[in-house]
Design a protein around this ligand. Structure first.
Ligand SMILES: Cc1cc2nc3c(=O)[nH]c(=O)nc-3n(C[C@H](O)[C@H](O)[C@H](O)COP(=O)(O)O)c2cc1C
Length: 360
């Protein structure tokens, strides 16, 4: 198991492909150092703005087993303290620091030089207004020699186009992506929103958003060689490898570590190593983009067949239960398919917990 988890990105060598995304775990140097010690290759600060944030209560809730909704604002620590204390402390402890700055052009102007001088290794720009990206990228590149990464949001009208424009205007890479929203959850007993924000709205993260993020990563990666940090919905080692295969150069994690604790980073690192060995990849770089040649295949399958392995079947019956067309029957572990009723949608195979039923 000597698979190599290091990545060379923006001229830096990271000890792991896993990066802690901007969020509550990187509230300050203390949290960042904890993530570094647990195995993060780099850590993005909570977003630094002119004024420290004042958050509504409550502002983070669990939505499903693997998803969160939050109404947490930017950093509740002032920019001055980040520059004077938190970034230098994190650097002293060996953390590779990505300074997240937002959300307006003026704030980026204010903080880019100070965070650079404080020792940040890279700068991540975070905006809510898509149209500000080009001018901000240009201004940021004028103000620092450190790599400038633009974080894109799935809530923009055209995140792909905006990412490409940022790259065209000098961005060194892209972080894809921010949370999805706004979204809403309601307590059916009190009839009130679960979050304490205005209107109760929040932002969805974790497992639920992974397919959205994967699609954008694949789209961007198939148009550029510049690095993409794939962030959004990575809950397991397999999710991380999927993100790399879609074209990410490194993998961001936020919600999984909030739900499972930062120590989960070492299990993720170990799991990625195991998967690389199993799939025959020696390095992270060799997995990155491995799925891209298969994504834009004009050839549409005209045939889809099921394979059933009786010895793997536990007779859980879920394949029968989920068939929308009532095409499946399972009697004494004997699988029957009514071919006239079956539309070959593939759901039965995709849901089979033991892979007894497969679709090829
Ligand atoms: C509670 C919470 C707070 C967050 N705060 C920030 C932030 O200050 N700045 C930022 O750019 N992203 C912030 N994010 C978004 C994450 O960096 C990340 O883009 C998003 O959570 C998707 O990744 P995940 O599915 O691994 O959580 C926050 C996410 C969560 C859950």
């Amino acid at each position: 198991m000597s698979k190599d988890l290091t990545v060379n990105i923006f001229g830096l060598r990271l000890k792991s492909t896993l990066i802690l995304g901007s969020g509550p775990l990187s509230y300050g140097a203390e949290g960042m150092i904890r993530a570094h010690q647990a195995g993060a290759g780099a850590v993005a600060t909570k977003t630094i703005r002119n004024k420290a944030a004042c958050n509504p209560y409550p502002h983070i809730i669990k939505s499903t087993a693997s998803s969160l909704i939050n109404a947490e604002k930017w950093s509740d620590i002032s920019g001055v303290r980040w520059v004077k204390e938190e970034i230098p402390k994190a650097k002293e402890a060996g953390v590779v620091v990505i300074a997240s700055i937002g959300h307006t052009p003026e704030e980026v102007e204010n903080w880019i030089k100070p965070v650079d001088e404080a020792g940040a290794d890279m700068i991540e720009l975070v905006f809510y207004r898509e149209e500000a990206i080009v001018s901000m990228t240009l201004r940021a590149k004028d103000s620092t020699d450190k790599p400038v990464i633009v974080k894109i949001s799935p809530n923009w009208v055209d995140p792909l186009q905006t990412a490409l424009e940022a790259l065209e205007h000098g961005a060194d890479g892209i972080t894809a992506m921010d949370s999805v929203g706004p979204v809403l959850r309601i307590d059916i007993r009190t009839k009130k929103p679960l979050l304490g924000s205005e209107k109760g709205y929040g932002w969805l993260t974790g497992g639920a958003i992974k397919p959205i993020v994967l699609r954008y990563i694949a789209e961007i990666a198939s148009r550029t060689d510049r690095p993409i940090i794939g962030l959004g919905g990575v809950m397991t080692a397999s999710d991380a490898v999927e993100m790399l295969m879609a074209g990410a150069s490194a993998v961001g994690v936020c919600s999984a570590l909030i739900l499972k604790g930062v120590e989960y980073l070492s299990r993720l690192n170990h799991g990625i190593k195991k998967l690389l060995a199993e799939l025959n990849y020696a390095t992270i770089a060799s997995v990155s983009g491995a799925a891209l040649p298969y994504l834009y295949n004009e050839e549409i399958l005209d045939k889809f067949e099921f394979y059933f392995e009786e010895s793997l079947c536990t007779a859980c019956n879920i394949c029968v239960q989920v068939c929308p067309y009532q095409a499946r029957k399972l009697e004494n572990k004997k699988m029957q398919l009514d071919e006239d009723k079956c539309r070959y949608c593939g759901l039965c195979a995709s849901i089979c917990p033991t892979a007894a039923l497969k679709g090829v």
